[in-house]
Ligand binder design. Structure first.
Ligand SMILES: [Mn+2]
Length: 339
């Protein structure tokens, strides 16, 4: 789905642009925002990336990170002004405004300001004037690359921009391992490398920047917090508040733990539940036909991709796990179907 008619004209004069990633942005969301921001700055636009929430430290190396405005009580006024004065709002790596709550309310107050949405998630709502939306894209960064090429501006992709794009592509494909890894995404990666990008540098910045406490949390999770239900091809982690407190867990520290469950031979469905006190957040991963997007949407008010999704619950963690165990029993036929 592509509807960019009139955008080139709008961008032919300098604009004040605000760019949003979704809540708790990952490398694709933040990388896409910063890449688009760097690109638009080269076209003489004023840009500000506004994140609805904090994000993990391992993304701080990206160029433009220091200028990102993170929404909080402290920045509330500044964010409101930036949004109300903006002449273009860009929504990256999400296609439903509730993913930037509470900033979605600011958007509603500025309905006359055009919105550009670039995303690869299902469940799109019709809120944007300009759209580049493709659920077959491996990453939003892929679509930002496409966007820059559509504008005939490939030559404006410099190394910092390429790093941001590559970080999104690399993480959303799990380093070119997920089934979303297409020939096209390899060709884009190759193009970025041909421009001079050091791909192994990006790998190190993203994956080799663990704190000691994060590695110890992983060890604890693997040894003490994982349940394997081989009969249901399912394995899941439960991290209680005492676990995250003990290891001084920071935002992003739990990222990727769920994939270790999926790495077990015979496991096709993996989950992680993390108790934050006021809510339980969860991530789901699958291989094959079992749709974790459907599972998350139906049972935990969430959503995402076919093989990677998330959800949340305000029920106590013990209740959430009881519920989950019943649900996997109910899904036995689907979970154990050959594929
Ligand atoms: Mn993404």
């Amino acid at each position: 789905m592509q509807n960019l008619a009139g955008l080139s004209e709008l961008l032919s004069t300098p604009q004040k642009v605000v760019i949003f990633p979704h809540q708790r942005p990952d490398a694709d969301a933040l990388g896409s925002c910063l890449a688009l921001s760097l690109y638009l700055q080269k076209k003489n636009h004023q840009t500000t990336v506004i994140s609805p929430t904090e994000y993990p430290n391992f993304l701080n190396w990206m160029t433009g990170n220091d200028d990102v405005v993170v929404y909080s009580d402290k920045t509330h006024q500044k964010v409101e002004t930036l949004i109300s004065e903006s002449t273009l709002m860009c929504c990256l790596d999400f296609s439903n405004p509730h993913r930037i709550a509470p900033l979605d309310s600011f958007i509603e107050k500025n309905l006359d300001t055009p919105i550009l949405m670039i995303d690869h998630h299902r469940g799109k709502s019709d809120f944007a004037h300009f759209e580049l939306w493709d659920i077959t894209a491996a990453a939003t960064a892929e679509l930002v690359y496409d966007f820059i090429l559509l504008m005939n501006d490939r030559h404006l992709i410099d190394i910092p921009t390429a790093q941001c794009l590559y970080a999104g592509i690399m993480t959303d494909t799990a380093s070119f391992k997920h089934p979303n890894t297409t020939g096209k995404i390899h060709r884009i990666a190759a193009d970025l490398i041909d421009m001079g990008l050091d791909s192994s540098h990006v790998q190190r910045m993203i994956y080799d920047s663990n704190t000691e406490s994060r590695v110890r949390l992983l060890g604890h999770a693997l040894s003490n917090c994982m349940t394997v239900r081989m009969d249901l091809k399912t394995a899941y982690f439960v991290l209680k508040q005492k676990d995250t407190r003990k290891y001084n867990t920071q935002s992003g520290d739990t990222e990727g733990i769920v994939n270790y469950a999926l790495s077990i031979k015979g496991i096709d469905f993996a989950a992680i539940f993390i108790d934050y006190g006021n809510e339980v957040r969860m991530s789901f991963r699958s291989v094959g036909i079992f749709s974790v997007a459907d599972f998350a949407r139906t049972n935990f008010g969430g959503g995402g991709h076919h093989n990677a999704a998330g959800g949340r619950s305000t029920e106590p963690i013990t209740k959430v796990i009881e519920n989950f165990e019943e649900l996997i029993e109910q899904n036995r036929a689907k979970l154990t179907a050959a594929h």
